[in-house]
Design a binder for this molecule. Structure first.
Ligand code: AMP
Ligand code: GLY
Length: 409
C-alpha cells in the first residue's frame, strides 16, 4: 500500500515513521528532516491513501477536492473540519449532542461580551472563533486582563479576522487529557490517551502554544474513563454530525478536562494532535496504515492495540516562540542523539545546511523517548534533549514530571 501524508511538521514525521512500518510512504511537502519528503503537489500524487495532517488544508477543503478526484482520504471534509475552524460552531455541536462542556457565550460586540464576563467568576477564558495555531486562547483570573483581551481580539488587533468573533467560557479546573478517536463516518475507536503541555513555560506559566511536550499513557486515565468519554462525547458528536449529513472520516481529537464534576470537552480538533501523535503512535502495535485505510473507506474493522511501554516527548522551540521565531540557528548535537536507542527525533521547523540542520520555524523538533515506565522514558528523553542546543532554544523541563504520575512505581 502507498500512503501520502500531507503536512510538514513533527506530527507528519511521526505519522510517516509509523506508517512506514507496513506501507510505502511519501510526505508532501514534508521538510528536509523527514525522509520520504517530496515537492510534488498533492493533487499530482498517486497513492492508495491520503492522510492530511494539519487543520488549515482540512478547513480549506483539501479532503473534499481529493475525494472529488476519486482518492481515498483520511481527514474530514470542510463541513466536518468546521469543528476546528469555528469554535462557536463546535460549541453548538457540543450543546446539541448533550456533551458536557464549559458554559459559554459567542460575541462580536464588546459591550455584550463585557456583560457576560461580569457574570462569570474566578476564571475567565477568551477564545478566537477562528484558527490561531493553538495560540488564540487566554485563561486568566484577572477581569481587567480579560476585558482588555476582549477589546484586542474584537478589534482585530490580536488575531486579525480569527478574533473578530470570540467565544467566552467559564474557566474549568482539573487535569487535561487528549483523546484521539479514529472515525469512519459511522463509528469510532479510541487511540491511547495522552497529556499535552500547552503553556510555554514550566509549571504551566507563560502563553499558550501549539504544545511543548506530551506523554502517554496517562496513569490516571483508566480503560473505563476512555469508554465513558467515547459514550458521552465522541459517539453522540458523530451522531449529530451524521444527522447533519456530515460523513466524518478522520481523527476527532477530544481535548478534555477531568473536572470534579467529571470529564468535560474543552475543544475538538479535526486532526491528529501535535505533539500527542509523537507519543501515541510510536506505542501502536497494530497496523496504522490498515487502521486509517479502514476509516477512510468507511469500514473500520480493526481495533488499535498499544504496547505497555511509555513515551515522553519534549518540544524544542526557537527563541521568542510563540510570538514569532528566529530562524537560521545551527542545531548542535543531532548526530549523537540520532544514535541513542529508544529515541526518535521528529523534525518540524528545520532547514538543511551544508553540515546539518538549522532552525526554520517556531517548534523546531520533538524528541520522543520510549521506555518500560514513564520515569525511564522521561529520563531518556531529557538525556537526549540535554545534548541538543542552539542559541535561544526553548524547552520545558517538567514534561511528565508530576510526582503523582510515579506514586505507584
Ligand atoms: P483550546 O484550544 O480550546 O483547547 O484551549 C487551549 C487551552 O486553554 C486548553 O488546553 C486549556 O489548558 C485552556 N482552556 C481552554 N478552555 C478552558 C476552560 N473553559 N477552562 C480552563 N482552561 C481552559
Ligand atoms: N497539541 C495540541 C494540538 O495539537 O492542538
Amino acid at each position: 500500500m502507498k500512503v501520502c501524508v500531507v503536512g510538514s511538521g513533527g506530527r507528519e514525521h511521526a505519522l510517516a515513521h509509523v506508517l512506514a512500518r507496513t506501507a510505502e510512504v511519501i510526505v508532501t511537502p514534508g521538510n528536509p528532516g523527514i525522509p520520504f519528503s517530496t515537492n510534488q503537489p498533492v493533487k499530482e500524487i498517486e497513492a492508495d491513501l491520503f492522510v492530511i495532517g494539519p487543520e488549515q488544508p482540512l478547513v480549506e477543503g483539501l479532503a473534499d477536492e481529493l475525494r472529488k478526484q476519486g482518492k481515498l482520504v483520511f481527514g474530514p471534509n470542510a463541513d466536518g473540519a468546521k469543528l476546528e475552524g469555528s469554535k462557536s460552531w463546535m460549541k453548538e455541536i457540543l450543546v446539541e449532542s448533550g456533551v458536557p462542556t464549559a458554559r459559554h457565550g459567542v460575541f462580536t460586540e464588546k459591550e455584550a461580551a463585557f456583560d457576560f464576563l461580569q457574570n462569570l467568576s474566578d476564571l475567565y477564558v477568551i477564545k478566537t472563533d477562528g484558527l490561531a495555531a493553538g495560540k488564540g486562547v487566554l485563561v486568566t483570573s484577572d477581569l481587567a486582563e480579560a476585558r482588555q483581551a476582549v477589546s484586542e481580539y474584537l478589534s482585530g488587533k490580536a488575531f486579525g479576522t480569527a478574533g473578530k468573533r470570540i467565544v467566552i467560557e467559564e474557566g474549568l479546573t482539573g487535569p487535561e487529557i487528549s483523546l484521539l478517536a479514529v472515525c469512519d463516518g459511522q463509528t469510532a475507536v479510541p487511540l491511547a490517551p495522552a497529556q499535552d503541555f500547552k503553556r510555554l513555560k514550566d509549571q504551566d506559566e507563560g502563553p499558550n502554544t501549539g504544545g511543548m511536550g506530551a506523554y502517554s499513557p496517562v496513569p490516571f486515565v483508566e480503560e473505563n474513563l476512555v469508554e465513558r468519554i467515547m459514550d458521552i462525547a465522541v459517539i453522540p458528536t458523530l451522531e449529530t454530525l451524521k444527522r447533519k449529513g456530515i460523513d466524518y472520516r478522520g481523527v476527532l481529537y477530544c481535548g478534555l478536562m477531568i473536572t470534579p464534576d467529571g470529564p468535560k470537552v474543552l475543544e475538538y480538533n479535526a486532526r491528529f494532535g501535535d505533539p500527542e501523535t509523537q507519543v501515541v503512535l510510536p506505542r501502536l502495535e497494530t497496523d496504522l496504515a490498515e487502521l486509517l485505510l479502514g476509516a477512510a473507506s468507511g469500514s473500520l474493522n480493526s481495533n488499535p492495540v498499544f504496547s505497555n511501554d511509555a513515551a515522553v516527548a519534549v518540544v524544542c522551540a526557537s527563541e521568542s516562540y510563540p510570538e514569532n521565531s528566529r530562524t537560521g540557528d545551527f542545531i548542535d548535537g543531532l548526530s549523537q542523539v540520532q544514535e541513542m536507542k529508544g529515541i526518535n527525533i521528529f523534525f518540524s521547523g528545520v532547514r538543511k545546511t551544508n553540515d546539518g540542520f538549522a532552525t526554520d520555524g517556531g517548534r523546531v523538533l520533538t524528541i520522543t523517548g520510549i521506555g518500560p515506565t514513564l520515569e525511564k522514558a522521561r529520563n531518556l528523553t531529557y538525556e537526549a534533549v540535554s545534548q541538543i542546543s542552539w542559541p535561544g532554544m526553548q524547552k520545558r523541563e517538567d514534561i511528565a514530571s508530576n510526582s503523582d504520575l510515579y506514586k505507584d512505581k
